[in-house]
Design a protein around this ligand. Structure first.
Ligand code: SF4
Ligand code: SF4
Length: 413
């Protein structure tokens, strides 16, 4: 066994030791107060973070013809929750929400969540400026849900120094926010610390939960969910499909799902997994085309939680998926702006992951052209200077600088 084979087998052993115990809500008490806030037939939220584009290289080039059809279908099928944020889609998402939803539908037909970008704000006063600008961008008079965005070990100082939760609760008193929450991207210990400090000032929390990260020590989905229940807070789930990576699983995993239910999409298993947790109020899906809206709404209408047989199917898929050792990038793009070398980090990770699904002695060969094309207009993986600025912003805690070395070796050798 050479060094590479040794490392791979060690990693695989680690991954298998971290398998989730798919016990769902039975093992985790959920209060009646939380259950009362949840409508099981309206648990799908439309994430405005991966919208359809007319130019795939330009995040702000929203394809409104497609987006309007997506919004129409989503509402027609009885869903109401839309999730946007200050910086999504190159700061264009809130404007896209106004054009595709707010200007086309009466206010009582939908609810909107947006977020205070506390990691990007430089002063307490700037919170007011950003909030007012968000109302202007969305064309709304109030937000149904408003979250302090991306609370973690790096942003918590701003949250404290700027009194961000008091700011948002003041907006609630003014009637400009209906429900207050925060989205969280860090360890369960950190989550507990934040909840101890602020649970009495919030109505809900937004967490990363999906079947592959339920017991992942880097994400700790289960522990965070348990803490949310301990504090009686309903959960909005983000990244149930892990940025699309649980929709494009390797063939062996796809076979497990298709054998169990030939007509159900692979993504449906991930969304239904998250929605099956009884403390979950909403599951967000960043939909990019009409087919995805069609698919998601089809199985979330008349929603039924996974039964025991289906739970076993997911557990089998998780075992197989862990052995594939893909880079767990969700394509959220939080790392991109911080890179001084303009490296196409999420794109290179997608190319790598696609390569890992290939066969033969050089499975990455089929992705060489995609890599070369991307590298022609961005920094190459080998341009990485190891500054790790990107890693501070990565909610998945990926060692990006280390992966850049590996990717350069594969595609630039
Ligand atoms: S570590 Fe590399 S990829 Fe990350 S910000 Fe620095 S140069 Fe960019
Ligand atoms: S590397 Fe991390 S921060 Fe960057 S896109 Fe992927 S998950 Fe997001």
């Amino acid at each position: 066994m050479n060094r590479r084979e040794f490392l791979m087998s060690t990693l695989a052993a680690f991954a298998l030791s971290a398998l989730p115990k798919l016990t769902f809500g039975e093992a985790i008490p959920v209060s009646d107060a939380v259950k009362a806030k949840i409508n099981p037939q309206n648990k799908l939220g439309f994430g405005f973070m991966r919208l359809p584009l007319t130019d795939p290289k330009d995040q702000t080039a929203i394809d409104y013809d497609e987006l309007n059809k997506m919004v129409d279908l989503f509402l027609q099928r009885g869903f109401t929750y839309f999730d946007t944020a200050w910086m999504y889609m190159g700061h264009e998402s809130e404007i896209a929400l106004r054009k595709s939803l707010v200007e086309r539908y009466p206010r009582d037909k939908f609810t909107v969540a947006s977020k205070l970008p506390v990691g990007m704000i430089k002063s307490k006063e700037e919170q007011e400026e950003v909030f007012n600008k968000q109302l202007e961008k969305t064309g709304l008079k109030y937000f149904d849900y408003y979250l302090v965005h991306n609370v973690n070990a790096h942003t918590i100082d701003n949250v404290r120094n700027f009194d961000s939760f008091k700011f948002v609760n003041d907006k609630k008193k003014e009637g400009k926010v209906k429900q207050v929450g925060f989205s969280f991207h860090d360890s369960a210990d950190m989550f507990e610390e934040v909840m101890k400090e602020y649970a009495d000032q919030i109505d809900f929390v937004q967490l990363q939960i999906n079947y592959i990260d339920w017991d992942n020590p880097g994400i700790e989905g289960r522990r965070c969910y348990e803490i949310a229940q301990k504090y009686n807070k309903p959960v909005v789930v983000m990244e149930p499909v892990k940025g699309g990576s649980l929709a494009a699983v390797p063939p062996a995993v796809e076979k497990i799902f298709k054998d169990a239910a030939p007509d159900m999409s692979v993504a449906s298993w991930a969304v239904r997994y998250a929605a099956s947790l009884p403390g979950v109020m909403m599951v967000l899906s960043g939909m990019s085309n009409l087919e995805q809206v069609e698919d998601n709404t089809s199985y979330m209408q008349n929603f039924k939680p996974l039964d025991a047989r289906e739970t076993q199917v997911v557990e089998n898929a998780v075992k197989t998926l862990h052995s594939e050792l893909q880079i767990p990038c969700t394509a959220c793009r939080y790392c991109v702006d911080s890179c001084p070398m303009k490296i196409a980090i999420p794109e290179y990770f997608a190319i790598y992951n696609k390569g890992r699904q290939g066969f033969g002695s050089n499975p990455f060969r089929g992705q060489q052209a995609a890599y070369d094309k991307m590298a022609a207009n961005h920094g190459k993986a080998s341009a990485c200077i190891g500054c790790r600025l990107c890693e501070k912003n990565c909610p998945q805690h990926i060692e990006i600088s280390q992966w850049m070395k590996k990717i350069a070796k594969i595609f630039e050798a």
